[in-house]
Ligand binder design. Sequence first.
Ligand SMILES: NC(=O)c1ccc[n+]([C@@H]2O[C@H](COP(=O)([O-])OP(=O)(O)OC[C@H]3O[C@@H](n4cnc5c(N)ncnc54)[C@H](OP(=O)(O)O)[C@@H]3O)[C@@H](O)[C@H]2O)c1
Length: 317
Amino acid sequence: MKVALIGASGETGGSIANALLESGTFEIISLVRESSLTKPINVELQKKGVTLVPVDLNGPEEALVPVLAGVDVVISAIDAGLLLKQIPLANAAKAAGVRRFIPCSWATVAPPAGVMELRDAKEEVINHIKKIKLPYTIIDVGWWYQISVPRVPSGRLDYAVMMPSDTIIGDGNTLSARTDVRDIGRFVARIIADPRTLNKYVFAYNELWSQNQIYDLLEKLSGEKLERQYESEAQLLDQIASAKKETGPWAKIKVWSLEYRHSWGIRGDNVPEYATYLGYVDAKELYPDLKGISFEDFVKELLDGKGNLPYKNKTPP
Ligand SMILES: NC(=O)c1ccc[n+]([C@@H]2O[C@H](COP(=O)([O-])OP(=O)(O)OC[C@H]3O[C@@H](n4cnc5c(N)ncnc54)[C@H](OP(=O)(O)O)[C@@H]3O)[C@@H](O)[C@H]2O)c1
């Protein structure tokens, strides 16, 4: 199976590239913007057998068609700020006869519109895919372990904690599906080879954890006492309203991250029951043998100093 991956140098795309390489059953081409072709991470992927192909998503759509000739599956894990750039890619995939397109979702479960601006943009792309009748699979993964942990008072987790979960939303008891970003690719390797997932939404997550449970676990494993600072729904909604008035490069990202917290922390959207209600198929039922990294093992790894700070390779889009 020939797979074209966009975003292979990123967090999600890197997980996918690694798992596809590991499985040894895919021919992988990585669609890379010209300026990133010599990035060390891309050179490394090339050495492992990935073919790098330069693409310009701002260029003419027709130029993308020959790039996708003979490709079975296109997987996009592009920067969340560039979602609409996938529209010409989807059109080109349709023209090239691609058999399955996996647009950039990789998100928490949420309603298709009206709750999170970022979800709305993802669904705009998904709707375009449906409009042009391009076969697809949408894969949502819950909230990454890597952005689920709070800091601890000694500072020993600061080296690896990004977007620390330093406030607890609501009463802190809302469960939310969580996944180690390194496991995303393992799910993808199974999903793209599975006819049962064609034209479906798939929910592929590792474990359900509430924020209070995470704080309890951190306290148990670190031996440190964490301060629990609770944040009400009204406070969160106020923050979202004022973030929406902000401008500048980080304004959008701030809105997205606050809206995510509202969706998984207050509304309780990011759970398997709601996914089933929305029509998702559950990867746990499809692949009961696929065991991901446990959240407890992930936290132990962090406390042992073996974690990694996400986005080390990131260059602005
Ligand atoms: N569920 C969660 O908890 C969670 C957390 C974070 C993100 N996400 C989602 O995961 C998805 C992927 O995000 P990520 O954070 O994994 O991505 P990322 O690490 O930011 O990587 C973005 C990728 O897009 C590529 N890219 C940027 N501009 C490009 C262009 N003009 N042409 C071609 N490629 C370009 C980058 O390549 P270069 O090397 O060229 O820069 C990089 O490979 C997003 O939908 C995001 O919302 C989910």
